[in-house]
Design a protein around this ligand. Structure first.
Ligand SMILES: [Zn+2]
Length: 249
C-alpha cells in the first residue's frame, strides 16, 4: 500500500471515529434532557422566563382520595395526569417558560379542617382556580383522562373556556397538532365548556382542559400508561403550546 493510500485510510478512520463519538454525545444529551425531573428549571433567565412569555399554569387533575377515572387496567387517572404534567413541564422549562404546577403531590388542595367530601372538592377547585388567577399574564392547561361506558370510544379531546378567544385558539392548535402528529383518525373538534367545567368557567385568563384519551378503551389505556407514549403526547402538547405562546407574545 502506498503512503498516500495509508494516510487516506487513517484520515477516513479518524473521521469515522470522531463522527461516532459526536453521535454518542448528542444521543446522551437528548436522552438525559428528556428525563429531567419536573421541578428542574433550565433557562438562561434567573426566573426561568424568557421575554414576554406568559406563565404557564399546569394543572394535574384530581389527586389524593380523588383518583379520577379508573382505567380498564386499574390505573388511576390522577397518576397518569401527574406523569403527563411533569413531562410537559420539563419541556416547557427547557424552552424558557416559567411553569407553575397547581399540585406536585398526590393530594387535593383543601384545608385539613374541611370535613365534608363535597366541600373538599369545591375548595380544591377554587384553590386551583385562584393559583391561575394570581398570575396576570398566564395561560392554564389542565390535564385529565377521559372515560365512557362504551369501551370503543377513544381519542384526545380539548375543552376551552368561552371567556377568551385565546383559549379557543390554543384549544384548536392542540387538537390540530394531535391529529397531525399523533392520532390521524382523531376527528374531534375542540369543545367550549358550558357551565360544566369549573376551572374553565371561572378562568380569568386563557385556559384549556385536555382529556388526553379514554382509559376505558383497552388500547388507549395501555398507551397512556406507557412512558414512551406519555413523552410523545407531552411533546405534541408542548409544540402546540409554543406555537400559541410565540403567536401571542
Ligand atoms: Zn378528570
Amino acid at each position: 500500500m502506498s503512503k498516500s493510500r495509508i494516510y487516506s485510510f487513517i484520515g477516513r478512520y479518524v473521521t469515522a471515529c470522531v463522527a461516532f463519538l459526536l453521535c454518542l454525545v448528542i444521543i446522551y444529551h437528548v436522552m438525559s434532557g428528556l428525563d429531567l425531573p419536573h421541578d428542574t428549571i433550565v433557562s438562561g433567565k434567573a426566573d426561568g422566563q424568557v421575554q414576554n412569555y406568559p406563565t404557564v399554569i399546569l394543572d394535574a387533575g384530581h389527586g389524593g382520595e380523588d383518583c379520577g377515572a379508573v382505567g380498564i387496567s386499574g390505573v388511576y387517572e390522577k397518576d397518569l395526569n401527574m406523569r403527563i404534567t411533569a413531562c410537559l413541564a420539563s419541556y416547557l422549562r427547557l424552552a424558557g417558560c416559567r411553569v407553575v404546577l397547581t399540585r406536585t403531590e398526590d393530594r387535593l388542595l383543601y384545608d385539613p379542617a374541611t370535613v365534608q367530601k363535597g366541600h373538599k372538592k369545591m375548595e380544591d377547585l377554587a384553590n386551583r382556580s385562584a393559583i391561575a388567577a394570581s398570575y396576570d399574564h398566564s395561560v392554564m392547561v389542565s390535564i385529565h383522562m377521559n372515560s365512557f361506558p362504551s369501551e370503543s370510544v377513544h381519542g384526545l379531546q380539548v375543552w376551552y373556556s368561552g371567556k377568551s378567544d385565546n383559549s379557543k385558539r390554543l384549544a384548536a392548535m392542540i387538537q390540530d397538532d394531535i391529529k397531525e402528529y399523533l392520532q390521524a383518525d382523531n376527528h374531534r373538534k375542540p369543545k367550549e365548556s358550558a357551565g360544566n367545567i369549573y376551572l374553565l368557567d371561572y378562568a380569568e385568563h386563557p385556559a384549556v382542559l385536555v382529556e388526553c384519551g379514554f382509559v376505558t378503551n383497552v388500547a388507549e389505556c395501555a398507551k397512556l400508561s406507557d412512558e414512551a407514549y406519555q413523552k410523545e403526547l407531552s411533546f405534541v402538547l408542548f409544540c402546540a403550546m409554543m406555537e400559541y405562546i410565540n403567536e401571542t407574545v
